[in-house]
Ligand binder design. Sequence first.
Ligand code: AGP
Length: 640
Amino acid sequence: MCGIIGYVGKKAVSPILLEGLRRLEYRGYDSAGVAVLDGDELLVRKKKGKISEGLARLLKSQPVAGNLGIGHTRWATHGPPSDINSHPHLDQSGRIAVVHNGVIENYDALRQKLLATGHKFKSGTDTEVLAHLIGDYYEKRRTPGSAGVPPADSRAELPTRQRDAGAPSSNPLTQAVCDALREVIGTYGIAVICADQPDTIVGARRGSPLIIGIGTGENFLASDANAIVAHTKKVVYLNDYDVATVTSARFDVLNLGTDTANVQVSKLEFSQEDAVRGKYEHFMLKEIFEQPRTVENALRGRVDNEGATAKFGGLNLTSAELRSIDRIVIAASGTSWHAALVGEYLIEELAQIPVEVEFAHEFCYRNAPLEKSTVLLVVSQSGETADTLAALREAKRRGHRALAIVNVVGSTIARESDGGIYMHAGPEIGVASTKAFVSTLTILALLAVHLGRLRNLSARRALEILHALEAVPKQLESILAQNNAFKKIAKKYAKADDFFFLSRGYTFPIALEGALKLKEISYIHAEGYSAAEMKHGPIALIDPKTPTVFLVPQDSMYDKTMANLAMIRARKGPIIALATEGDKQIGKVANDVIYLPKALEPINPILAAVPLQLFAYHIAVTRGCDVDKPRNLAKSVTVE
Ligand code: AGP
């Protein structure tokens, strides 16, 4: 996912773009660039690498001035990270600049068409093709008597209704953008400026987020609110096929698909302080330490001790409709998929509803049987993950209700779901998801209680779970207080090349999550596995150089998990155990032990996640990795 920012107003645009890009860098950091209208010259500054090493230095040595500009941080899809492939890209005339987040699937056909009319390209990107296409139509729109509008057969993507509808715009740049987008197949969030229009930015979206930030005498465009929350909290979330024309004084939105766009002004829930690192060395560490508050935020207003249940405001399903659900499919990706696996254990145990967890990208492309009474639940921190959004849209296309657990308010998944539950975890900037994961586990436990109480879950058992959840923030505080002990253990194993993370039952998904955390920020090969499954082959990989992190809380699987642990130990595999305080056995069989507070079995996943986050964090820092911006990754993957 790339980051986009645009500004039009009275202030010097360069520092606003640079600061905004710094706040967006977690979304993609292969390269960064800006285009600024300096007088009547459109100047571009762009550089491979992180902002501090590339663009910031370039702007120091070659400053640009002006009040209109756009900026971009890139996570490469088409064309490797390089100066020339960085955004912004210019059209043939050099007077139109475009930044883009998404993938234009038919870019090669469009490129061939433009090459045939004499266009020349400098980069290998799909975005440069789009810039030239916009420039081509802009020229036609400006040349008197030209048709301008693309031939009917070229509007490949838009459903029939959308090909002819759509309120016209008087602005030739907006018209040219609309003309070009009618030929595009794929996803885009774009911002476009033109040297002829010193007070206008045109923005458009399909499948990649884009918002308008509303200021006084100034306005903004951004791919997410982090980039502009320092300037305004009034935003408009654009919808798919929206095209916005933004000046310093106003904004107009049309929709390529319907006659009028649905424009709603919203207020951002979080502040600028939430989106800064503060005293912490990394956002990831800050967000790990925020987790006691995160759980409190997830619980706030949702625990009904009177009724011995949990309550939600946004499910948009009656109790009768909830009772009629006879299967839940949970679709998600990455860390959110691991949370979904815990959700399966929780909902099946407490509500006795069959749950199937799917990778979102698999769900969309296999013809999974869905009964009328099946509900799809998607989980997504960003609310923009393309795979997960596609799963949501597929379920709705087939006529099924789709609920969502999301963190980012106003995100595409939040707005397209039929109902859902917000995490209220605040901005999660670290690429490795931590507090959103723990928030999701808390919400899934509440949801399981809610669904269970509509069925046969006893008030006593429900209250046990609710009270155990309310005790979690304090328990997380006690775990976080052991941070230095975790750091010591982590340093001991930081040089290992391979790890296993093993467990069974409720904490099996946490073994998967612990392995992912380590992989994605330290680049060490790590496998999460069922402790019982190891003996069916993978145990061949155990040797004295391969440490195993064993999650072995005192739960219903304890004896069997300890037996599996003995198999690893018999083969001289070093063992780092996560065990329950008071366990007298574990110290005799593990090389190192991290103790967790005693908790109910369904609560153990929340507690066990935090030491594994810190374990991965300290190993990555010891290995000198860029914890907040790991190589090859982006915070939210908005391409399939
Ligand atoms: C988690 O640490 C990763 N960054 C990644 O797996 C992430 O969980 C996944 O891409 C899903 O993101 P989402 O929750 O925003 O949909």
